[in-house]
Design a protein around this ligand. Structure first.
Ligand code: T1G
Ligand code: NAD
Length: 702
């Protein structure tokens, strides 16, 4: 867009109204920065202008720096220059804000002399969530307006505050009654034009020695807290250092320190990873144009099966404003299922996540039945019965009979072939997988599994539903375990091979945690219950390839009745109902026995090698998943693994990590491991192709 279009200026009496119009969120692209400086300069040189009103066109004032510019070399004028120019204006500058004012947008507001906002406005410094710190004086001006404590609270969390909070901490001067930022601004600016209020610049504010003491204390506390987060979050440390400069250094030195720290963060791998995730989270939700505009309306739903998943899926749907009918096999199970739902809702209410009115309204929308006839009018059914193909097929046959012809029929199966579930139905085009993660009302990921026969409007409806439920949805084709569980199965195997070869489950878990996952694979197994995987392995035993290495350790634990947390023992020992387990000598003994039986001489592993193998297994299978068209792009893998399997966000997901690690190095690792087990470590075709053509996974994202 031409620069003239990104900023408009017009006169209202003696006021120059400067409007940013850079949809969708008025990001501060180079031409916006340029346009603001031009407008401010013009006002200085025009005698008839007595004040300047800065506002944004559309929903948001300004959502910050233009994220798309971060990977290019910065183009002048830079944002600090824009802010300095605003602050130095001899004529008062007022920002009138609505919607989101974020990052650089808030820094502009801080540089201005006055700030007013509409009731629904929100304010935040989200930089840290992108691996950055405010880079245009935010860390120097904010403490001079709202103090170090409030600045730390906003900047360390990256969370936005609402207009009332902003007023109470002094971030804004005035909160208007109406949502019209322009007329609000014009009204307020009249008081400035009349000269009733003097210009105040943040640069002039001196911090008193009493405040200095409090600020030093708050910074020390933050430093202690940030140590616990670990070195991976460079931005957190940088933030504290920059804020400290606002109280210990002369103003221009504080600004210079902020700039240097900002540039350091800008060049960091964490920044690049976090921006990749931000952009990918939005890309996964976008369907190609042929799907647009076809979503079916969904206002009512049925959930079949009120167990762990069914109950929490019902909670999601209720929270999303839908009415829900729960179906169970008999009255007792129905009552148990409904009680499960009510107890989750009660918990959300008591934790303040749901008001009294919302809680009451949600309960009104919930019904239960044992007769499928109750589903005859719903728009969507989600099946969450036992993971058994015979049971699921029977359920779908019944659904096809009773549900109205416009309804969508979804399954929450984790592994089963959806083509087989829907085979024989006359309305296969209405069937798809909506794979929620446990617990469904907390986990943000949803895999939308699309069999070939599914119609486009049904797929579009799945994505529309995800949006409504506040989920991040990733499209997957039918495959054993879809995207996530299929990849999980592979890196879990790598972990088991290492365990059998000499690493303890405790060392593996600890190495995986040190990489940034909140839990290691054996802790997760204990949490979700070893019996589930056991049943799955028994089912698959007959069809397992004879070349596949099989580690029987998990089976032995299950045979001993050690299913994990729920039985008090698994890979770890859980005493007195504790949720954190202790290493268990008996488990180590059991592992040694298995090694002895198989004639394996245990060897030692470094943590570094553990991670190398764990991730190589994850990324190699992920590459197969992309290569076979199960996931559309590498970024779909990244979002799946971050939101469904707790891959550390600041590393950008496995595919982004692989690009940063070096695909040639990764391929060399796999070939090295293949010397011991060529069946398991078969390098993916896609990985080999990327290395041969010197390409990156990133190149396949667009
Ligand atoms: N730059 C470029 N594009 C942006 C953008 C930004 N800052 N923010 C959003 N978009 C795009 C987004 O990719 C999507 O594009 C569309 O806008 C709508 O977004 C120097 C260093 C503002 C609350 O971190 O939090 O300032 O998918 O789907 O739900 O100190 O976007 O349509 O192609 O999210 O209504 C700090 C991030 C930058 C703001 C709106 N700013 N944005 O939410 O829509 S660092 C941020 C948001 C900085 C200075 C520093 C949200 C939103 P597309 P959306 P939404
Ligand atoms: P569960 O055993 O806790 O619940 C299943 C429920 O379905 C039971 O309450 C049972 O009474 C009911 N049911 C069985 N047959 C029925 C029928 N014909 N009509 C009505 N109700 C019937 O199981 P779960 O863990 O909730 O898993 C359900 C589905 O979700 C499975 O397909 C599973 O693979 C999938 N899933 C589970 C998880 C998880 O972590 N538990 C995660 C994602 C997906």
């Amino acid at each position: 867009m031409h620069q003239a279009n990104l900023i408009t200026t017009r006169r209202e009496g003696t006021v120059l109204v400067v409007t940013v119009q850079n949809p969708p969120v008025n990001a501060l692209s180079v031409n916006v920065r340029h346009g603001i400086i031009e407008a401010i300069k013009h006002a200085q040189n025009t005698a008839a202008i007595t004040a300047i009103l800065l506002t944004g066109q559309g929903k948001h004032f300004i959502a910050g720096a233009d994220i798309n510019e971060f990977s290019r070399s910065p183009q002048a004028p830079l944002l600090p220059e824009v802010c300095d120019c605003i602050e130095a204006s001899k004529k008062p500058v007022l920002t009138s804000m609505s919607g989101a004012t974020l990052g650089g947008g808030l820094e502009i507001a801080l540089a201005a002399h006055f700030r007013v906002a509409t009731p629904s406005a929100t304010f935040g410094f989200p930089e840290v969530t992108l691996g950055l710190i405010p880079g245009a004086g935010g860390t120097q001006r904010a403490p001079r307006l709202i103090g170090i404590k409030s600045s730390l609270a906003m900047m360390l969390t990256g969370k936005s505050i609402n207009a009332h909070e902003a007023l109470s901490i002094g971030l804004i001067d005035h909160l208007n009654q109406s949502e019209d930022a322009l007329s609000n601004g014009l009204r307020f600016i009249q008081t400035l034009v009349k000269g009733e209020i003097n210009i105040r610049r943040r640069a002039d504010v001196k911090i008193s020695s009493k405040d200095l003491e409090k600020a030093t204390l708050a910074l020390d506390e933050a430093r202690q807290g940030s140590k616990a987060i670990g070195t991976s979050f460079g931005a957190t440390q940088a933030l504290i250092e920059a804020l400290e400069g606002s109280i210990t250094l002369p103003r221009h030195e504080g600004m210079a320190r902020e700039r240097a720290l900002f540039l350091q963060c800008l060049g960091s791998p964490e920044r690049s990873a976090l921006v990749h995730v931000f952009q990918s989270e939005r890309k996964v939700m976008k369907l190609p144009s042929e799907f647009h505009g076809s979503a079916r309306p969904i206002n009512s739903a049925g959930v079949v099966g009120g167990g762990t998943m069914g109950a929490s899926i019902a909670v999601c749907l209720l929270n999303g404003g839908l009415s829900v009918v729960l179906i169970e096999q008999d009255n007792d199970r129905l009552e148990t299922g409904l009680e499960r739902i009510r107890s989750i809702l009660q918990h959300l209410h008591s934790r303040g996540r749901m008001s009294k009115q919302e809680h009451e309204a949600v309960l009104q929308r919930l019904q239960g039945a044992t007769d499928y006839i109750a589903l005859s009018t719903v728009d969507l059914v989600i099946e969450a019965v036992f993971e058994d193909i015979v049971v699921k097929k029977a359920v779908f046959e019944r659904l096809a009979e009773v549900c109205n012809p416009k309804s969508i029929l979804a399954t929450n199966t984790s592994y089963l072939d959806i083509n087989e579930i829907s085979s024989g139905l006359s309305r296969r085009s209405d069937v798809l997988g909506l794979h929620f993660f446990s617990p469904a009302h907390i986990m943000r990921l949803m895999e939308i599994v699309v069999p070939q026969s599914t119609s486009k409007d049904v797929v579009a409806s799945g994505f529309e539903l995800a949006r409504r439920l506040g989920k991040i949805a990733v499209r997957s084709a039918v495959s054993d375990g879809f995207i996530g569980n299929r990849i999980l199965a592979n890196y879990r195997k790598a972990a088991e091979y290492m365990m059998e070869d000499g690493a303890s489950p405790y060392q593996i878990d600890s190495a995986v945690r040190a990489f940034g996952f909140p839990m290691g694979p054996f802790q997760i197994s204990d949490l979700s219950g070893g019996d589930i995987g056991w049943a799955q392995r028994k089912r698959k035993a007959a069809t397992r390839d004879y070349r596949e290495r099989y580690v029987p350790i998990a089976d032995r634990l299950c045979e001993a009745g050690w299913f994990g947390q729920k039985t008090g023992r698994g890979y770890y020992r859980y005493t007195d109902g504790k949720r954190i387990g202790e290493p268990d000598e008996d488990v180590l003994l059991l592992i040694e026995n298995v090694r002895r039986e198989k004639g394996i001489k245990p060897r030692s592993f470094t943590d570094e090698e553990i991670i190398r193998r764990y991730l190589a297994a994850m990324i190699n299978e992920a590459a197969n998943v992309v290569d076979q068209g199960v996931a559309e792009r590498p970024l779909d893998i990244d979002i799946t693994m971050i939101h469904g399997y707790a891959f550390p966000r600041y590393r950008g997901g496995p595919m982004k990590y692989a690009d940063d690690y070096g695909l040639d190095k990764l391929l060399a690792d796999i070939r090295e491991f293949a010397l011991e087990d060529a069946y398991f470590w078969q390098p993916s075709n896609l990985l080999q192709e990327r290395v041969t053509t010197s390409g990156l996974f990133e190149d396949l994202n667009n």
